[in-house]
Design a protein around this ligand. Structure first.
Ligand code: PA5
Length: 436
């Protein structure tokens, strides 16, 4: 089996290769600290060995529940926000047909999302779409108290109960939450919903390989076994005993920290594959919440290329030199589309006739890399042999492991997120929630 790769050859200029390798000992020490369980935030290290510790019974339980929802529902609404949403969204967008909800000959339910915003129009329109449809709900909240998903669930639960009756609604609602605490746990126990547990020691943004991600991904008809298999292979490839130069996660962590120390305060994650947009969104939460604290941290941004070359391209090429770019490069697309020949050639594209669209995309990618490197933007490349569950699993674990190492190298606790509470306190006070 191939593996995802990391190429840092074009990262140098602002920093020298020697500077990165001078960080090897610190990166290795940070990796060892993760594995020793003695570092900051060590009560949230459950993700470290999560891929290799998922049992056959757990996978079978998830698949069985997914099959029940698949048999009853044409639409499944996954309710959740942040880490309880972005992993599933990233995987389904990457692996489903780009026009999935429009497919008529369906084998899988359509997955729709709620609780990731407080949009009244969004909820109204979702509720309208669900009228007359056979739908189910996966309600995901680790804390079980987050306002956005709780609000969405209250509305959709009522709609489902009114549509199919309380008893049938119970068969179509699954709750994924804490083992003991939180409003969702109380509600699920009282109502008798099927539940899955999010382990105490796995934070939201590291939870995609728990039932949080695995259940809705399985409902979508995507192989969770392949996803986990890919993650297991990356768990091995980035273990603490892997030498620095061979350890993708340690090298990535070292390069980005060295760039940061030398004034590169923004990392732009770029893709040339439109289905990877939400991988960028997932990655932003992972790195933003893990590193942005104590007045420190690289600002994680993302772009979809070539689309955003026509909007952000000018800034990247020519704006303040405070950025570096990490490009996720997909080696092989799934399908082949060739440029047709045209007798009139009024658009002047006959020079491309017979060539694949992907060849045009690859040359755009190479041309962009050359332009940005010339423009003083250090460039890292993460290559994906193909967009498949296996390689997405590898990618998730690679970024998670690198994030843990990178956070320790930066000197922060990568596993807490005290900053996300501030807006909630203000909102609750403004809404006159009792106790605020
Ligand atoms: O990383 C985190 O823990 C947060 O961003 C959460 O993912 C997000 O707030 C959702 O929380 P919960 O799953 O508790 O509803």
């Amino acid at each position: 089996m191939k593996s995802i790769g990391l190429n840092i050859d074009k990262a140098f200029g602002t920093i020298a290769k020697e500077q990165v390798f001078a960080q090897a000992a610190k990166a290795d020490a940070s990796n060892n600290l993760l594995h020793s369980g003695k570092g900051a935030g060590n009560d949230f290290l459950g993700w470290l060995h999560l891929p290799s510790s998922i049992t056959e019974a757990e996978l079978a339980d998830i698949e069985q529940t997914a099959n029940l929802l698949r048999s009853k529902c044409e639409i499944v609404v996954a309710i959740g926000i942040g880490g309880s949403y972005l992993g599933t969204k990233a995987v389904t967008e990457a692996l489903n047909n780009s026009f999935d909800p429009l497919l008529t000959d369906r084998k899988n339910p359509v997955i729709l999302y709620a609780g990731q915003n407080i949009g009244e129009d969004y909820l109204f329109e979702l509720s309208e779409v669900l009228k007359g449809k056979q739908f189910g709900i996966i309600n995901i909240s680790k804390s079980g108290t987050t306002t956005e998903p709780a609000l969405a669930f209250r509305i959709l639960k009522k709609q489902l109960e009114e549509a199919v009756g309380k008893a049938e609604a119970k068969q179509r609602i699954v709750a994924i939450t804490d083992a003991r605490k939180g409003a969702l746990r109380t509600l699920a126990d009282q109502e008798g919903y099927k539940t899955f547990i999010i382990p105490d020691n796995v934070g939201g943004r590291f939870s995609v390989l728990t039932p949080v991600g695995l259940l809705p991904i399985a409902v979508a008809g995507i192989s969770i076994r392949e996803l986990v298999k890919g993650a297991v292979s990356m768990e091995k490839a980035t273990a603490a005993d892997i030498p620095f130069a061979d350890n993708l996660a340690a090298v990535y962590a070292a390069v980005r920290n060295e760039l940061y120390k030398n004034g590169r305060k923004i990392e732009i994650l770029a893709n040339f594959h439109p289905k990877l947009h939400y991988i960028g969104e997932w990655w932003k939460q992972l790195y933003g919440e893990s590193e942005g604290k104590d007045g420190k941290g690289i600002f994680p941004a993302s772009v979809d290329l070539t689309t955003d070359l026509h909007s952000m391209g000018q800034w990247i090429q020519d704006g303040e030199r405070s950025i570096f770019e990490t490009v996720i490069s997909v080696e092989s697309p799934d399908h082949t589309v060739k440029v047709p020949s045209d007798a009139a050639d009024l658009d002047g594209l006959n020079y491309l006739a017979g060539r694949r669209v992907d060849e045009v995309n690859k040359m755009a990618e190479l041309g962009t890399q050359m332009a940005h490197v010339d423009g003083g933007v250090p460039n890292l490349k993460v290559s994906l042999p193909e967009v498949s569950p296996y390689y997405i699993g590898q990618l998730f674990y690679f970024f998670e492991k690198a994030c843990g190492i990178s956070g320790y190298m930066l000197g922060v606790n990568p596993f807490d997120q005290p900053g996300v509470e501030t807006y909630k306190k203000n909102m609750f006070a403004l809404l006159k929630k009792p106790g605020y």
